[in-house]
Structure formats: C-alpha cells, structure tokens
Design a binder for this molecule. Structure first.
Ligand code: HEM
Length: 548
C-alpha cells in the first residue's frame, strides 16, 4: 500500500516537473525571440517583461476600456500611442496566444494579403481551433491554400453579379418580414435589441443563399439558425488571445450539442437534395446555392442513371456539412452587424439620413410602399444608389465587423512605413481593420461619419487613400460574399430608412442596471464587442418610430 502511494506521488511529481520544464523551455524560447527582435531595433511594443511578455503592459489598456470591448481596440490604442510612424508592431502575449505582428499600415497590409504569394493565402495555424465550433472542421475559411483554391473557384459561382439578380426576390421578401417586426415595435413603443433581431433576419437571407430554403428564423425557432446563434453566444469572447476557452465544460458541452444539432439539420437536407439532383439535375444557371454547387462538384460526371439508388460518400457528406455551416456563419454574422451600425450612424446624423431619403425618393418615387415591387421588377435598381453605397462604405469603415490574419513563416518579411523589415516567423500577422480605418495618418477626420468622402474626386482632401479601406480585405482570399453584402444592404436601406426612425436606448438600458463601470470606448456607447464578428455592445438596445 505504502509503495503504491509512493509510486503515485512520484509519477505525479515527474509529470508536473516535465510540464513545468516544457513550459519554461517554451517561455525562454519565446521571450528570447522577442528580446532578439528588440535588440535589432524592430518595432516591439514597449515594456516587455521576461515572465509576462506584454500581458502586464496590455492590462493598462484593457483597464481603461469597457468590460468585454473587442480586443482590436487595445491594438488600436497601442498603435496610436507608439507606432503611428511605422504602422507595424509585435506584441508578445504568450502563453495566451502566439506572437502577434499587428499591421495597421495599408501598404504593409497590401503586401501581406495581396502581393506576397508566400503568405497571402496562408491562414493562421490557430484559426481551425477557433472555427471548429462554428463549422465543425476544415472549411473554405481556414483551409490550407492547396485545398482552398479549387473550392474557392467553385463557390465563386454563387457570388457572381448575374446570380445576385436571382437572389433579389428572396432578400426583398425577408426584408419585408423584418419591416413587419419593426412596425410592431414602433406600435408598441418598446425597447428591443436591434442587433439580435437583425441576426435572425440575415440568417433568413443566408438560408436562401446557401441552402435555397426558408429557415423562418425571423418568425420562430429554426434548429440550424438557433444552434448557430447559440454557438456564437457560447464562443469565448476574444478567443484569439485566450486559450482558456477550451477549459470550460459547459461551453464545451453546449458547442458539441449545437454542432450535432446543426449537422442533424443539414445532413438530411443534403441527402434530400442529393436525391433530387440524381433524379433530375437542376438548371445549373439558376441553382447556384452553395448546397447545389457542392452537389454539382461532387459528381459532375457520374455515370449513375437518374433513378439509380446512390448514397453520398460519407467523407464528402461531412465535408459538405462543414462548408455549409461555415457559410451560414460567415454569411449572416458580419452583415447583421453592418446593418445595425448603418442605422446607428444614420440616427446620429440627420443630415446624412435626409440626403439618403432624398436619393430614395428620386430612385423609387415618393410612394414608399412601391419600393418592393419596383425592386422585384428591376432587381438592378438599387445598384445606382450612390449615396446609399457611400453610407454603407462609411459605416463599414467606422465599425468594420471583421479583420484579417495570416500565418507568418520562415523567410517571409514585411516592411513597415519607415522601411523597417520585420520577420514574420512564428507570428500571427494580423491586419487590424479597425485601427487602420481610424488612423489619422491614413484618413482625414478619421472619427467623423462622412459618406461624402466616397463621392469626391481624387483631388479632394477627403478622397480615401488607396488600400486604406479593407473591411472585406483585398487579395485572393478576400471576402467572397462582399458583392452580396453590398447588394443586401442597399436593398435593406431602400426598404427601411424612409419608414423608420431609430434611436438607441443605452441610457435606459444602463439606468435599469445594464452596464456598470466604464461604459464607452472613446465616447462611443455602441462600441464593438467580440462575438463571432464585432457586434455592437449589448446587441444595441433601441426604440423605433414610424417616420410620419
Ligand atoms: C459586412 C459583411 C462582411 C464582412 C465585413 C466580411 C469580411 C470578411 C473578411 C475580413 C474576410 C477575411 C478575408 C481575408 O482574410 O483576406 C472574409 C472572408 C470570408 N467571407 Fe466575409 N464578410 C462579410 C460577409 C460575408 C458573407 C455575406 C459571406 C457569404 C455569404 C461571407 C463569406 C466569407 C468567406 C467564405 C470567407 C473566406 C474566403 C476565403 O478564404 O476564400 N462573408 N470576410
């Protein structure tokens, strides 16, 4: 008995010592790497500490921010405080995350995502872990370059301008449901969470685009929509810089359960469509929903006769489910945030709202109830809305819902605005859209909402600098859905801004015990939080009135 206890104690001691030795070896290696970068005079964030890296330094920034604010703001503040000249800097948060190499300079960002072929398609090694709960496994967003390329080409067919015209009726139909709900809120005069409501709306739109089916998320429960929404709520906020998300049992369980439920929804839908495709191949011109493209790619030259029983290869079936889950996530999440911020900014800028409405009066006529039928008759009508497009671009500049990152590697170096050459090996190279879009070095009046900057001629001081606006990122791995987003937003604004007036209800929310402590980031109460995409804090409590 005594001997057994001794053996267990020894085994635990040896195990712990090995773990500690492993930890300290990696700590030493990581910190020495950063020390070398400092010695070479490279742009490393100040106050680096051998034990804590930059974690103590970061605390100063995070303490000055509202709880839960998106971690991109910390990087933005560090940039503003110390790195405006070069626009690139290293930050060491090990063991919370790998070394970060933050890029704020548009010129450097262009080299990372557009011109350097050794890195432009190389997603970070940590990305699959972050995406696993959402997609269930490897997907277009996080795939290595070789597998990604042919699939990108396949899925691009869903995102051609020609195909968008087939999507317009579905978008209009769902926007009318969204308007009905807004009207009900206007009648009741209640406070509701606009972002939460908008998430269900964009979920319905993406259901059409991806599955070519009605999810009905705006009207009630849908297993796919609700499990995906729950999955995002269960995501560890700021997970990119926090590995402890894995050590949270309820989260682990809920994400596993949601994943199973989503798979159980998509799987049978896929099987049904597969049988339909086998029985009579659909018109490939019109049927370009992601699910159809997957099935067309699966057996384009199959010799099976139409009525022959055939089942899908289980491996391909799983692959297809993962792609669909990823598209459902990527296709609704950022878009809902963009819509909410458009309404937020317009509520704060009555002159811009007035000009927007005037453009819609001119394009659609004064009868607002006829907009839907006009769009259905001529789906391209919204494309001519120049000021509307400028409003959307400006909202995406001020509140970019996403950002972009690549895996640094041996032999790949990037150059900052001062000409400093920075090695990327072992680092996550992170193009921080939020910091770039608000940088005084690249934008005139960066914090002001000025849609007109998108309409002025190149000699005007407001004319945007080339490459400094990248909410969808640029380069071969840019956002595949950006054309759809712009069209969706133009249609949504066309059907709403002349009928409704939004007003945020943060004051009421806070008075009822909502948020304690620091409430604003740089004076903005609707600051961004990390929840999948960057969403407005507390999901934007607001009231809506009819514009009578
Ligand atoms: C306002 C809305 C949106 C924003 C701001 C946004 C932004 C982004 C960004 C920044 C990336 C990363 C690009 C890179 O790393 O180079 C991305 C990738 C991606 N987005 Fe979007 N996105 C939006 C909406 C959509 C929609 C509606 C869809 C699909 C229907 C979509 C599908 C994707 C996919 C599949 C990728 C990965 C592309 C690849 O690696 O080839 N996104 N998006």
């Amino acid at each position: 008995m005594y001997n057994t206890e001794m053996s267990i104690t020894w085994a635990i001691s040896i195990g712990l010592s090995t773990l500690l030795a492993y930890f300290f070896k990696n700590l030493y290696r990581q910190r020495m790497l950063v020390k070398t970068l400092i010695k070479q005079g490279l742009p490393v964030a100040p106050n680096h500490n051998f034990l804590f890296g930059h974690l103590l330094y970061l605390k100063r920034f995070s303490d000055a921010m509202p709880k839960g604010a998106h971690f991109q703001y910390m990087f933005s503040d560090i940039y503003q405080e110390s790195f405006q000249d070069g626009g690139v800097f290293y930050l060491d948060m090990w063991p919370l995350s790998p070394l970060f190499l933050a890029v704020v300079s548009p010129t450097t960002a262009t080299s990372v995502t557009q011109t350097n072929s050794k890195i432009y398609a190389r997603k970070p090694d940590l990305l699959p872990k972050l995406f696993k709960p959402l997609a269930g496994g490897p997907n277009l967003f996080d795939m290595p370059e070789v597998e990604w390329k042919p699939w990108r080409a396949t899925f691009s067919k869903c995102f051609s301008n020609e195909h968008f015209m087939y999507l317009v009726p579905g978008i209009v139909e769902q926007t009318l449901v969204y308007c009905e709900t807004l009207r009900r809120h206007a009648e009741m005069g209640d406070t509701f969470f606009l972002d939460t409501m908008t998430i269900r709306f964009t979920m319905d739109i993406i259901g059409k685009t991806i599955l070519n089916s009605e999810l009905g998320a705006q009207r009630g429960y849908n297993p796919l929509a609700d499990c995906m929404i729950s999955q995002m709520r269960w995501q560890q906020p700021n997970g990119d810089i926090n590995p402890f998300s894995l050590i949270h049992l309820p989260r682990f369980f809920m994400q596993w359960l949601n994943g199973r439920r989503m798979d159980s929804y998509i799987g049978p839908e896929l099987d049904k469509r597969f049988r339909e495709h086998r029985a009579s191949p659909p018109d490939s011109k019109k049927n370009k929903a992601i699910i159809d493209l997957l099935l067309q790619a699966y057996s384009p030259n199959s010799e099976a006769t139409p009525n022959q029983e055939e089942t899908m290869d289980p491996e391909f079936r799983l692959f297809a489910i993962r792609q669909i889950r990823m598209f459902v996530f990527a296709g609704h999440d950022s878009t809902s945030s963009a819509i909410t911020y458009c309404f937020h900014l317009l509520s704060r800028h009555p002159k811009a709202l007035q000009r927007l409405r005037a453009e819609h009066d001119e394009t659609y006529g004064m009868d607002i109830s006829s907009v839907a039928s006009k769009l259905l008759a001529n789906p391209a009508l919204a494309n001519g809305l120049l000021y509307t497009t400028a409003v959307i671009k400006e909202a995406l500049r001020l509140f970019p819902p996403a950002s972009s990152s690549r895996q640094g590697t041996t032999g790949v170096e990037i150059t900052d605005d001062r000409g400093m050459v920075c090695p990327t090996e072992g680092a996550v190279v992170w193009v921080n859209h939020q910091a770039m879009h608000r940088a005084p070095k690249y934008w005139v009046r960066p914090d002001d909402f000025l849609p007109e900057r998108w309409l002025v001629s190149p000699d005007h001081e407001l004319y945007p600098m080339k490459g400094a606006w990248r909410p969808f990122e640029n380069g071969p791995r840019n956002c595949i859905g950006q054309g759809l987003v712009m069209m969706e937003l133009r249609i949504v604004l066309s059907l709403t801004v002349r009928e409704f007036l939004f007003e945020d209800a943060y004051e009421e929310f806070d008075a009822r015990g909502g948020r304690k402590g620091i409430k604003n980031y740089k004076g903005e109460r609707a600051f961004q939080i990390d929840e999948g995409a960057a969403h407005p804090a507390e999901y934007y409590p607001c009231k809506v009135k009819l514009n009578v």
